[in-house]
Design a binder for this molecule. Structure first.
Ligand code: ADP
Ligand code: ASP
Ligand code: MG
Length: 407
């Protein structure tokens, strides 16, 4: 009989120190028995990735992306080796591998590479030898043998992709909260744990800033219908299942609230109001691999208008560089930047059939004297860009206004 395979991913806070690594080793070992093989994906210890990133930024405002990947990928190599040692101490056999060693091939988009293939042969051989396999998350290698990383939070993606490649029975994501909540419990202590959430809702929440899962990992889970179980590495409690369809008959209008403080707003002033100008600007920006979000163009005065848009803060220097060059070419004015913004969003599949959600959101923000600078909507979300120092207050008031603590 073929053994069942389980993929378990442990995030940075779950392996932050030696005691926690021992805790993870115990959990992994208790799962492994003669009917189950376990592949474990680990993130770097605690805040290692942030610390490595900050070293790079002390040397350069715009560090070369290939070297950034060389640097950031080292964090996960440390944690996977330590976990393998901890498991061996418990009398079980384990082996650690880097992304390259298990054939995680990616494209060449350094710092946010896409996985092309995984070669599962080496892992399956190790399973045959009854070993627990530990894989370094967040990394892969290009066809030219250059190390890449999969974007922040990318160990989630490694776990989901491995679950697909190994046809695993479950993919468990262990973290420092015991599931997906109606909003970040660090901001709203009354937030409620959600029992089940759809891929679509989780994807939207992740894209809009819910840090708990990487958006791209949910995209892959959705594409291959791999149910995910998000749970705590510190308790045995059931967490949240992320699935294709939830059991609730009636869809809830607002499932959750997210907050993203990782974006910046750019404004190109006095842009000539002519056909083709927006196309020119955004073609140049996208050629540089920058993901632009909400775009607003003001009403033109004297055939000139301002165009504002948001980008991830990590792409800000690059965006300023590109927009300054285009601005000169098209005869636009000053380029302004604002790093002190936040995106606050409501998410829920039920928005498709409930009306008036956006109006209630704007009213709740207005009642709390919070000014909205930009608005964007999708089929299942509404987002407002506001000043960052008001973001937590906004999330708390929206959580209350939509009675999410009572779900
Ligand atoms: P890990 O290190 O395990 O990858 P992360 O720090 O990436 O963990 O994600 C877990 C954190 O995500 C939680 O501590 C929590 O503060 C935050 N978070 C944000 N939004 C939510 C949400 N809706 N539900 C649960 N946690 C959330
Ligand atoms: N260590 C990486 C990060 O902090 C990847 C991960 O934790 O998923 O983004
Ligand atoms: Mg994470």
């Amino acid at each position: 009989m073929e053994k069942e395979i389980v993929v378990q991913k442990f995030g940075g806070s779950s392996v932050a120190d030696i005691q926690r690594i021992k805790n993870v080793a115990n959990r992994v070992v208790s799962y492994k028995d003669k009917h189950t093989d376990v592949a474990v994906v680990v993130s770097a210890l605690g805040d290692t990735t942030d610390e490595l990133e900050s070293l790079a930024f002390q040397l350069s405002k715009d560090p070369p992306e290939r070297e950034m990947d060389m640097l950031l990928s080292t964090g996960e190599q440390i944690s996977c080796a330590l976990l393998a040692m901890a498991i061996k101490e418990l009398g079980h056999d384990a082996i650690s591998y880097t992304g390259r060693q298990v054939g995680i091939k990616t494209d060449k988009t350094h710092t946010k590479a896409r996985i092309i293939t995984i070669n599962d042969k080496r892992i399956r051989r190790a399973f045959k030898d009854n070993k627990i396999v530990i894989v370094a998350g967040y990394q892969g290698v290009t066809s030219q043998d250059d190390i890449t990383t999969l974007g922040r939070g990318g160990s989630d993606l490694t776990a989901v992709a491995l679950a697909k490649a190994l046809r695993a029975k479950v993919c468990e994501i262990y973290t420092d909260v015991d599931g997906i909540y109606t909003t970040d419990p660090r901001i709203v202590p009354e937030a409620r744990k959600i029992k089940q959430i759809t891929f679509d809702e989780m994807l939207e929440m992740a894209f809009l800033g819910a840090q708990v899962m990487q958006a791209r990992s949910i995209e892959v889970a959705k594409r291959f219908n791999i149910p995910l179980h998000v749970r705590s590495s510190f308790s045995k409690e059931e967490g949240t299942m992320i699935v294709k369809e939830t059991e609730k008959m009636e869809e809830i209008a607002v499932r959750g609230i997210t907050c993203n403080k990782g974006e910046a707003k750019i404004t190109i002033c006095f842009v000539p109001d002519k056909p083709g100008i927006a196309a020119k600007i955004f073609t140049e920006i996208s050629k540089s691999g920058i993901n632009v979000d909400t775009i607003v163009q003001n009403v033109p005065h004297d055939r000139l208008s301002d165009i504002s848009f948001t980008v991830p803060k990590t792409d800000l220097s690059k965006t300023i560089r590109v927009t300054t060059a285009i601005g000169k070419k098209i005869g636009a004015g000053e380029i302004l930047e604002d790093r002190n913004i936040a995106r606050v969003s409501l998410v829920g599949s039920g928005m498709r059939s409930h009306s008036g959600i956006a109006a209630r959101m704007f009213k709740a923000l207005a009642d709390n004297a919070i000014n909205i600078e930009m608005i964007s909507t999708s089929e299942i979300s509404v987002s407002c860009i506001i000043q960052q120092d008001l973001a937590d207050k906004a999330v708390r008031s929206l959580h209350k206004a939509f009675k999410l603590e009572a779900i």
